[in-house]
Design a protein around this ligand. Structure first.
Ligand SMILES: NC(=O)c1ccc[n+]([C@@H]2O[C@H](COP(=O)([O-])OP(=O)(O)OC[C@H]3O[C@@H](n4cnc5c(N)ncnc54)[C@H](OP(=O)(O)O)[C@@H]3O)[C@@H](O)[C@H]2O)c1
Length: 240
């Protein structure tokens, strides 16, 4: 039986992916702040789920929880980092930005490092980060969120490059870049090409199985990413 950890398993993409992993026979350690949601999943799949409540912003607690899971499972095959927050914040309120930075950058970095170090020690494993199409360019209404996703994209790419130093060639890093997925997290007014949650989770699992370096969800977001990369900033200023 394979072992996985899903960070941000209480709702949305993380929860749906957890359910797929369970059906595929994984034992899954599930995390997040809302204990009732974690316990509800455990109740459905008591044999395959380990509950570990955590707030990813608290990096001391994150370190402790991560080590407890590793002690329990012995080895970890897959780590999915799906926890995240984001706000439409045109007035640039600091409190909201701080939440985004502490979750999507601070906590996320600590987790990426814990995962990378573990996989290097094991000489196998697969880290999957859920960044976003938002990672590609800036945005006027949620600059902290877009910047945090650009950070995740660059960090995941860096870890991918770093796997060069792992002799086994058996450590993988995947960056999932969703467009809009039907969860409370889908940000903004101009939402289009919204992917139903179960469809998004299936596509993400497919990308995980193929050990893709980068996957857009849905695939048509590749076109938007391509265009965004080409656009000069003055065009973005006009259209976004
Ligand atoms: N939905 C979209 O359109 C979309 C598009 C692109 C990228 N994404 C990315 O996909 C990822 C998952 O988002 P989602 O759409 O599935 O939204 P979601 O349903 O709101 O899920 C977010 C998850 O993050 C967890 N989380 C948030 N803050 C946390 C903290 N401080 N400590 C631990 N866990 C925390 C939440 O758990 P608790 O609240 O229980 O802690 C929840 O499980 C995010 O990184 C998001 O940026 C989503």
């Amino acid at each position: 039986m394979k072992n996985a950890i899903v960070f941000g398993a209480t709702s949305g993409i993380g929860k749906s992916l957890t359910e797929i992993l369970i059906k595929e026979g994984y034992k899954v350690a599930i995390t997040g702040r809302r204990l009732d949601k974690l316990e509800a999943l455990k109740k459905e799949y008591p044999q395959q789920v380990l509950v570990k409540q955590n707030d990813i912003q608290d990096i001391t607690q994150l370190d402790k929880v991560f080590k407890e899971i590793v002690t329990d499972f012995k080895t970890i095959d897959l780590i999915v980092q799906s926890s995240g927050v984001g706000y439409v914040n045109p007035k640039l309120e600091w409190g909201k930005q701080q939440q985004t930075i502490n979750t999507n950058v601070l906590g996320c970095t600590k987790l990426y490092i814990l995962a990378y170090d573990l996989f290097k020690k094991q000489q196998f494993g697969h880290l999957v980060g859920i960044s976003s199409i938002a990672s590609i360019r800036g945005n006027r209404s949620a600059p902290d969120y877009f910047a945090s996703k650009a950070y995740q994209k660059a960090y995941l790419e860096s870890l991918y490059i770093k796997t060069k130093s792992i002799k086994s060639n058996n450590v993988f890093v995947t960056d999932i870049r969703p467009g809009f997925v039907d969860t409370p997290m889908a940000l903004g007014e101009a939402i289009f090409w919204m992917v139903p949650l179960d469809k998004a989770a299936k596509q993400i699992y497919k990308a995980i199985k193929k050990k893709k370096r980068v996957a857009y969800v849905s695939k048509r977001w590749i076109i938007i990413a391509f265009l965004l990369k080409l656009m000069p900033a003055w065009v973005l200023k006009k259209v976004l």
